[in-house]
Write a protein that binds this ligand. Structure first.
Ligand SMILES: NC(=O)c1ccc[n+]([C@@H]2O[C@H](COP(=O)([O-])OP(=O)(O)OC[C@H]3O[C@@H](n4cnc5c(N)ncnc54)[C@H](OP(=O)(O)O)[C@@H]3O)[C@@H](O)[C@H]2O)c1
Length: 303
């Protein structure tokens, strides 16, 4: 075990202890992170600040979570910098989370320019926005780029993230702890892999929901009521995922386990292969990947 790992094991403090988090643009995703952080008691409400242009949204978030809200993005980022040192005279972490829509990002970065302290870490959840674009606009090198997905809204998300070279080890631990609020998180090697994760896990619910819808429709076609078909399909999907996770078996092995010679699964597999289901899914993921790359290029050019 390395010294760093040993140090981490002996240190039971949360990486977010005393840290401050400033959410820039408090829509659906920012609220999901705030709610998850508070629900899992990873931070206290006093450690969170946020910004939103609309007064009623600021009021709503303050009422629901008791977090301090600002109209100005710049003021929120400044308020997100901890002024007090911890008991060991260490400065707690400070994260500025960019959670606006891609088309608003350019304006927001202009507003934040010069307001980010060198110790602060900028975490972007903005789809398509490259770390070097953000670093260049803010003149700030420590950037983490994340790509969550929709189930994050109920704490069951899958987030891929990557960090620029200027992000310290303790800041990486802070990011991991924060992303726990959304579900699972995995660090990927570079931004190309963020685009790949955009196609696979961030676009992933689209594939699953479409398969889900098609199966429910097939149930209705056979004569089930939509309500019964939906219950049968959703629980089957959930149970299959949990079974795959717990058994640690390859999907093909699991599929073989339920395919008896001349049986119903064998008949269904024959039709799925004939309809090129695998090829269609593979093409869909590849197309989404190319689209993610193209959108990143567009955002880089400020379009
Ligand atoms: N939702 C997902 O499942 C998901 C998954 C992966 C990545 N993302 C990324 O996460 C980011 C946020 O997505 P979201 O679904 O949370 O979007 P959202 O609900 O629209 O949140 C963005 C919020 O920013 C506010 N806003 C608009 N202009 C602003 C400004 N100038 N300064 C500060 N705030 C401003 C918006 O206010 P108004 O309501 O008044 O417009 C809105 O409440 C996006 O970049 C998206 O690509 C989302």
């Amino acid at each position: 075990m390395s010294e760093t790992e040993a140090g981490k094991q002996n240190d039971n403090r949360s990486p977010l202890e005393g840290a401050k988090l400033a959410f820039i643009g408090c829509g659906v995703m920012a609220e999901a992170i705030i709610a998850g952080l508070l629900r899992k008691q990873l931070v206290a409400a006093g450690q969170i600040v946020g910004s939103h242009p609309r007064a009623e949204r600021r009021e709503e978030l303050y009422t629901k979570y008791a977090v301090r809200m600002f109209e100005s993005n710049r003021e929120a980022a400044l308020a997100g910098y901890p002024t007090q040192l911890s008991t060991e005279a260490r400065r707690p972490g400070s994260l500025v989370i960019l959670a606006v829509k891609p088309q608003r990002l350019s304006t927001v970065l202009q507003e934040l320019k010069g307001a980010i302290h060198p110790d602060q870490l900028v975490v972007s959840i903005v789809a398509g926005a490259r770390a070097d674009t953000i670093a260049g606009e803010l003149l700030h090198p420590a950037i983490v780029r994340t790509m969550p997905n929709t189930p994050a809204q109920i704490g069951q998300g899958m987030t891929a993230w990557t960090a620029t070279a200027a992000v310290s080890e303790s800041q990486q631990l802070e990011v991991c702890a924060m992303l726990e609020a959304l579900g699972k998180a995995i660090r990927v090697e570079n931004e190309r892999q963020i685009d790949m994760a955009t196609a696979l896990s961030a676009t992933g619910p689209t594939y699953i929901f479409m398969v889900m819808e098609a199966l429910v429709d097939a149930g209705v076609h056979m004569g089930f009521s939509r309500h019964v078909a939906q219950e049968l399909v959703l629980q089957t999907m959930l149970g299959s995922v949990m079974f795959a996770q717990e058994s640690h078996k390859h999907p093909a092995e699991l599929r073989n386990m339920v395919t008896s010679p001349g049986g119903t699964s064998a008949e269904a597999i024959y039709q799925m292969e004939k309809g090129t289901l695998r090829t269609v899914l593979s093409k869909a993921v590849w197309a989404a990947y190319q689209r993610a790359e193209a959108l990143g290029e567009k955002l880089k050019d400020g379009k």
